[in-house]
Write a protein that binds this ligand. Structure first.
Ligand SMILES: Cc1cc2nc3c(=O)[nH]c(=O)nc-3n(C[C@H](O)[C@H](O)[C@H](O)COP(=O)(O)OP(=O)(O)OC[C@H]3O[C@@H](n4cnc5c(N)ncnc54)[C@H](O)[C@@H]3O)c2cc1C
Length: 245
C-alpha cells in the first residue's frame, strides 16, 4: 500500500516538475509599474503562436524563469479584455515572497504562462442575456471583474466596490469612463457597504432578473452570499471565485 501511494506521489512530483512545464507558453513582460501602494501592474505579451484562450475574468498562472524566487507558477486574474494584441494586464498585491518580489522584474523579462482558467464569463454566458449584472468587489478582488465590466458593455451593470483606504481603490479612471455608459452605475467607497445600502439600490425585482458576481476577501464574499440568499436570491444567481489556493 505504502509503495503504491509513494509511486503516485513521486509520479505527481515528476509530472509537475518535468512534463507540465513543457506545456507552458513563454511570453515577455512589456511593463511593470506601481499603481497603488503595494500593487504592481504587469503587462505581459503572449507569444505570436499562443494557443491560450482567455475570456474576461479568467486567470492565468505565471512565473519568471530567470529570477530566483519567482520560478514557481502563481495564479493571477486578468484585468483587461483579452484582445487580438495578445497583451494581458495584471494587478498584483504584494502579499508574500513571490508577489512582493515582483517589483524587481524588469521589462523584456521572460514569463512562463499557463491558462486560461476561471468561470466568471462562462457563468454570465449561461444566464439569460437580459439579466442585470450586480458586482460586489473588495480590494484586489476587483481585478477579474474589471475585465468583466469591459467585456460586457451592452449589459446593465451595477458595481459596489470597496477598499480599506482611498489609495487602494484601483483604476478609478476606468470607472470614470464606464460611467459614461447609460447602463452602468458604480458605487465606490472606502470601508464596507452596509447590507441596506446595497439592497436598497438593487434593480427592481432583482430576485428574478439579476445575477451577482463577487470578488474579494473570503469573509466578504461569504457575507454577501448569505445576505443575498437571506433576501431571496437563488443559488444559481450568484458566482464568485476565491483568491486562495
Ligand atoms: C484564481 C486566483 C486568482 C488570483 N488573482 C489575483 C490577482 O489578480 N491579484 C492578486 O494580487 N492576487 C491574486 N491571487 C492571489 C495570489 O495568487 C496570491 O496572493 C499569491 O500567489 C501569493 O503568493 P506569495 O508567495 O506572494 O504569498 P505567500 O507566501 O503564499 O503568502 C504570504 C502570506 O499572505 C497570505 N496570503 C497570500 N495570499 C493570500 C490570499 N489570496 N488570501 C489570503 N491570504 C493570503 C498567506 O496566508 C501568507 O501568510 C489570485 C489567486 C487565485 C487562486
Amino acid at each position: 500500500m505504502f509503495d503504491i501511494a509513494s509511486i503516485f506521489v513521486l509520479g505527481g512530483y515528476l509530472f509537475s516538475k518535468f512534463i507540465q512545464p513543457l506545456t507552458y507558453e513563454q511570453g515577455i513582460l512589456l511593463s511593470n509599474r506601481t499603481i497603488a501602494q503595494n500593487v504592481q501592474e504587469l503587462v505581459v505579451k503572449l507569444p505570436r503562436s499562443s494557443r491560450i484562450e482567455l475570456l474576461a475574468g479568467d486567470y492565468i498562472f505565471l512565473a519568471f524563469p530567470d529570477y530566483p524566487g519567482l520560478k514557481e507558477m502563481h495564479p493571477f486574474s486578468i484585468a483587461n479584455v483579452p484582445s487580438k494584441n495578445r497583451e494581458i494586464e495584471l494587478a498584483i498585491r504584494g502579499d508574500g515572497d513571490f508577489t512582493k518580489a515582483l517589483t524587481q522584474v524588469t521589462a523584456e523579462s521572460r514569463v512562463n504562462i499557463d491558462g486560461g482558467y476561471g468561470r466568471y464569463q462562462k457563468f454570465l454566458d449561461d444566464q439569460p442575456q437580459n439579466s442585470n449584472i450586480v458586482i460586489l468587489a473588495g480590494g484586489i478582488g476587483v481585478t477579474p471583474l474589471l475585465s468583466t465590466i469591459e467585456a460586457n458593455e451592452k449589459r446593465n451593470i451595477q458595481i459596489f466596490y470597496t477598499a480599506h483606504h482611498q489609495a487602494d481603490l484601483l483604476y478609478l479612471d476606468r470607472f470614470k469612463n464606464w460611467q459614461q455608459r447609460p447602463n452602468f452605475q458604480a458605487y465606490i467607497q472606502v470601508g464596507r457597504f452596509q447590507d441596506t445600502q446595497v439592497l436598497n439600490e438593487l434593480p427592481k425585482d432583482w430576485q428574478h432578473n439579476t445575477v451577482f458576481l463577487i470578488g474579494g476577501p473570503s469573509s466578504m464574499m461569504h457575507h454577501w452570499v448569505k445576505c443575498l440568499k437571506r433576501n431571496g436570491a437563488g443559488n444559481g444567481q450568484i458566482y464568485f471565485e476565491e483568491f486562495s489556493w
